[in-house]
Structure formats: C-alpha cells, structure tokens
Design a protein around this ligand. Structure first.
Ligand code: ATP
Ligand code: MG
Length: 176
C-alpha cells in the first residue's frame, strides 16, 4: 500500500500526544507506574513522501520505538521525531534524552530477548522482543534500522526505507 509517510507518522505521533492528555485527565489511580510526561517535537521534510508500507506492521515498529523512548527516559523528556528525504531513501528518526545505551550493548539490543541491565529493565515491563520484531519488519520492507546513542545523554533510532525521489514539477500524481 502506498502511503503518505508524513500523514502516517503524524497520525501515530498524534496518538502519543493524546495518550499523555488522557493519562493526565484520568488520574483514577489505576496506573501503577508513575505517569510520565514528555513532549514531542516534529521536524519533517517539507514535502510529502510516498512510500510503500505494510501499515499495521510499520505502526508496531514506530509504536515500539516511541514507547521505548518514553520508557527509558526520565520524566519531562523531549522526543524529537524527524522525517528526512534523500535521493534513494527516506529516514524516520526518533531521538530521546533518556538513559542511552552502553557501547557494549549497542549491537545486541536488536537481538531477541536482549535487554540492557536486566534488573532495571524488569521494573519497566516488556519482553525484549520489540526491537527484534522491528528489525524483521524493517528488513522485510528492504530497509535498515540502527541506533546512535550516548550513555546518560540519549538515543536516536533511525529507520531508512527505499524511496524514489521525484523532481520538482514532476509530481507523482501529475496528469499525463
Ligand atoms: P518490549 O519492547 O518487548 O516490550 P523492551 O522494550 O525491553 O521490551 P526492546 O524494545 O527490544 O525490548 O528493547 C531492547 C532493550 O534495548 C531494552 O530493554 C532497553 O534496555 C534498550 N533500549 C531500547 N530502546 C531504548 C532507548 N530509547 N533508550 C535506552 N535504552 C533502550
Ligand atoms: Mg520495547
């Protein structure tokens, strides 16, 4: 399915913006974890980027990376979501100001069940499958997923997907 990535990503991020609002309004004591506040900053390529996606699966991928960004950050962090257009690819990136990932673990976090610092991660909940599944899904789209991180300062996850840039004036839907 061909999807407008800008709209698709906005839709997912809007849900995360909404989630924090409903959490704050509810205050009904059903949440056992202290509620986290965060804000999302969007920096998107100026024009619409059309890519072929399995939307259900790619939504799971972005949800997991967003949930990680929140889960592994202290309260009040800023999450920056970017959409970048290149000649042959588009890049989706999600940056947080959280715990970061130690250098020795960075190649392992995409492995099944791998979690940095088991004791700390257990408290946070989860299985350690999120990024392994994300990698499978992204590679099934002929894309790549990787991370850039500094311990104590934060992490940026990148997803690149194949893309054919079109020239200005050569609109994808131009009447022929
Ligand atoms: P699940 O996603 O299955 O609920 P999980 O979040 O622990 O569990 P992954 O999403 O696969 O599993 O992440 C693997 C590990 O990588 C995490 O346990 C955490 O230690 C580390 N990690 C992932 N994202 C971040 C992040 N944004 N900042 C710091 N550490 C991270
Ligand atoms: Mg996860």
């Amino acid at each position: 399915e061909y999807v407008n990535l800008n709209e698709f990503f906005n839709y997912i991020l809007d849900r995360f913006d909404m989630m924090i609002k409903t959490e704050n309004e509810r205050g009904d004591g059903f949440h056992h974890l202290p509620q986290k506040t965060y804000s999302i900053k969007r920096e998107f390529a100026p024009r619409d980027l059309w890519v072929e996606l399995d939307t259900d699966k790619m939504m799971q991928v972005i949800d997991n990376i967003m949930n990680n960004a929140i889960k592994y950050s202290p309260d009040g962090g800023v999450i920056t979501a970017r959409l970048i257009e290149n000649q042959q690819s588009v890049v989706v990136s999600i940056s947080d100001q959280g715990l970061g990932i130690p250098r020795k673990d960075i190649n392992k976090i995409f492995d099944r069940f791998y979690r940095v610092d088991k004791a700390r991660s257990r408290k946070q909940g989860g299985t350690g499958l999120g990024l392994a599944i994300s990698k499978e899904v992204v590679e099934a789209h002929h894309g790549h997923i990787w991370v850039d991180s500094a311990e104590g300062r934060g992490s940026t996850f990148y997803i690149s997907l194949p893309y054919q840039s079109y020239e200005n004036g050569d609109e994808w839907d131009a009447e022929n």
